[in-house]
Design a protein around this ligand. Structure first.
Ligand code: FAD
Length: 340
């Protein structure tokens, strides 16, 4: 089986991992990123690519996929290696102080430093307990919206009472032929503003809202034709061609849980000077990391990446003096970035 060598192996290719490539690249470290998904961007690309983000410094508004695209452009000069559709599973400490990781297809990669930027781990949508739902998954039942256009003209049933269910009800209503929101009770866990907007839409007759639980799916060969909602007044049949259940995600740390690292619930405790884990040479940044006051925000992950890179450099190039430089004025940085 194939094997490779790199300075830094990054577990995950979410937004924080991508920015880490930039910070590590400025300090001349080569990166290899591995992600279970089939493309870069983590939660941004998988869960909400078309949604606007408003708290990225310098971008008053940017779509989640737009941010990923900009990050990829920013790190292009450093030519990172990507391995997609692959899970990092095994970890072995080498005698020279480095590490050997094993991917789920048997490939091995040796690295001087490991950076875990695995977000919530391998995130899996929670499947609602509806008999036979598997037969519709990927054709009529979807757990995320990769392309809003795919729902144009559809009779859509959205299930859930959290932010995702409410946001997609509001965002897909203009495109879909009809949207019905189904939630088991009249109270929501979503932002009050979204709830108010949804209720106003219902009053204007622009969407339907049913209280109850989906107990049955009807259709043929993976194509839904209706769902049965069991509510306080009995069962009703709602015609639909697509269903989007948002029952939350199970964040499974996966094989990383067996790496002997200290854990804080499903996160990895780090120090806030270097963002190093309980194992020297293994760092954790982004949503997967934990320290007092941790905020699971992209901008926090960017800061963590910058400090991690300084500490990683001391391991990758021991004894080399690291001179702090601004990207604005450093000619050596300009050379690395290809600035004319
Ligand atoms: P992730 O984006 O979770 O990426 C981690 C990657 O690691 C994933 O692609 C996963 O497949 C991969 N991975 C995990 N385990 C392994 C393994 N063993 N092997 C290989 N790959 C692995 N944040 C904001 O700052 N502002 C917002 O407005 C905002 N809005 C949001 C809206 C929604 C609907 C959601 C769900 C999140 C939002 N967030 C927002 C949170 C933000 O998306 C996360 O903070 C961010 O994605 C964390 O980035 P990350 O790189 O740490 O992890």
């Amino acid at each position: 089986m194939e094997s490779g060598k790199t300075d830094v192996l990054i577990v995950g290719a979410g937004p924080v991992a991508l920015f880490a490539v930039f910070e590590l690249g400025l300090l001349d470290m080569k990166c290899h990123l591995v992600d279970i998904l089939d493309r870069p961007g983590g939660q941004c690309a998988e869960l909400y690519p078309e949604k606007p983000i408003y708290d990225i410094p310098g971008w008053p508004v940017i779509s989640a996929q737009g941010l990923v695209d900009q990050l990829l452009k920013q790190i292009a000069p450093f030519k990172p290696t990507f391995s997609f559709n692959r899970m990092v599973s095994g970890l072995e400490k080498l005698d020279d102080g480095g590490f050997r990781v094993t991917l789920d297809d048997g490939e091995t990669i040796e690295a001087k430093v490991i950076v875990i930027a695995a977000g919530g781990g391998s995130f899996q949508p929670k499947r609602p307990p509806i008999p036979g739902i598997e037969a519709y998954e990927g054709t009529s039942v979807f757990y995320s919206v990769r392309r809003m256009e795919a729902f144009r003209g559809q009779d859509l049933v959205i299930v859930g009472g959290g932010d995702s269910a409410l946001d997609w009800t509001l965002n897909l209503q203009p495109l879909a032929r009809r949207v019905a929101l189904v939630h088991r009770r009249p109270e929501f866990r979503a932002a009050p503003d979204s709830v108010n907007k949804m209720l106003a839409m219902q009053q204007r007759g622009e969407i339907d809202f049913w209280i109850g639980q989906i107990v049955r799916l009807t259709g043929n060969a993976g194509q839904l034709s209706s769902v049965t909602v069991k509510g306080p007044d009995g069962e009703i049949e709602v015609a639909c061609t697509r269903m989007l259940p948002f029952f939350g995600l199970t964040m499974k740390l996966g094989p990383i849980a067996d790496w002997g690292l200290e854990l804080h619930e499903n996160q990895i405790p780090v120090d806030t000077e270097k963002f190093e884990t309980s194992t020297p040479g293994i760092f954790a940044i982004g949503d997967i990391s934990w320290y007092p006051g941790k905020l699971k925000l992209i901008l926090s992950g960017f800061h963590e990446a910058a400090l991690m890179a300084q500490a990683a450099k001391r391991i990758v190039s021991p004894g080399e003096r690291v001179v702090f430089q601004y990207t604005t004025s450093s000619t050596s940085i300009h050379r690395k970035l290809g600035v004319p």
